[in-house]
Design a protein around this ligand. Structure first.
Ligand SMILES: [Zn+2]
Length: 298
């Protein structure tokens, strides 16, 4: 595996997700990054104005501004659109970045626990998932490498490779100790893994592990005026990564009609009732459980 030297550690992509912001601040203050002295880590809070106001973004979602066409579009001049271009200069350019890894720190209001979100399936991500799962058995490892290319407009795409640490449930603009601790623990494991790989040290990685694979999104029912007609069922709310069988109730209309999962596979929901997705009326994302084998890469 190619050695990874230059790493960007990013907090505050969303200004109201406090764990990443405070983890970066804490580690910069305490000079924690020196612990991985073989790595060249740049830690940064990337949307300071949104952080100051404790809002997700000022004008547009920064984490959707990194499409190749958007970065090249000089007519896009909103606050986050310009910020994305600046970040692309500092940590990119996308497609040709010297940063081998970008770790983007996020919170969710959904009950996802500590979730490692991986954009690709390759030796690095598969072994990283195994390493994190071995050291944090309660963590959820989620692959979204099958999300369509045109949706690959996340901030982490500016580097050669990116991973997201997504921890919840935590309300927006709130900092909770348990959530911060989980984020710190997972981020430490990621950096340890990179350093151990670089040093060709032996790694504690299981032969295989359970993970989740993105499958689709479920939306709340809306009327022709775009008003919601229902909500996520209490049987599902807060039950991220718990199995939903075909025919099981997932939502309910305000008139009491049950809406069932119509798929033909056992689904595992995440981002259930996520606050940030209110505009799209997203009810939840669904995934399938998969078993990842590390044998071929060890
Ligand atoms: Zn976020």
């Amino acid at each position: 595996m190619k050695k990874i030297q230059r790493i960007a550690l990013i907090g505050g992509t969303h200004g109201n997700e406090l764990s990443g912001i405070y983890l970066v601040k804490k580690w910069l203050t305490q000079q924690t990054l020196k612990q991985w002295n073989s790595l060249d880590i740049t830690a940064r809070i990337v949307n300071p104005r949104a952080c100051e106001q404790s809002v997700r973004y000022i004008e547009t979602d920064l984490n959707r501004e990194f499409g190749v066409a958007d970065l090249a579009d000089m007519t896009k001049s909103g606050y986050e659109a310009l910020l994305a271009k600046k970040i692309n200069i500092e940590f990119g350019p996308k497609g040709n970045s010297p940063y081998e890894l970008l770790i983007d720190l996020h919170n969710t209001t959904s009950n996802m626990g500590a979730c490692l979100m991986l954009q690709r399936k390759n030796a690095f991500t598969i072994l990283l998932g195994g390493y994190v799962k071995h050291h944090m058995p309660h963590a959820n490892i989620y692959f979204q490498d099958n999300v369509p290319e045109e949706k690959q407009n996340f901030l982490l795409t500016v580097a050669q490779q990116g991973v997201t640490v997504e921890v919840g449930p935590q309300p927006n603009s709130v900092l909770q100790q348990e959530t911060l601790d989980l984020m710190e623990e997972m981020t430490r494991h990621i950096l340890d893994f990179v350093e151990l790989c670089n040093n060709d040290s032996s790694l504690e990685i299981p032969d295989e592990y359970d993970a989740f694979q993105y499958s689709e999104n479920l939306h709340l029912p809306v009327d022709d005026k775009g008003q919601r007609k229902g909500l996520v069922s209490c049987l599902i709310d807060q039950k991220d990564f718990q199995a939903i069988e075909p025919g099981q109730v997932v939502m309910e209309t305000f008139s009491g009609e049950k809406i069932t999962w119509q798929g033909d596979y056992t689904a595992y929901p995440l981002f259930v009732n996520e606050a940030a997705y209110h505009k799209s009326h997203s009810a939840m994302t669904l995934s399938r459980k998969i078993v990842m084998s590390c044998r071929d890469y060890k």
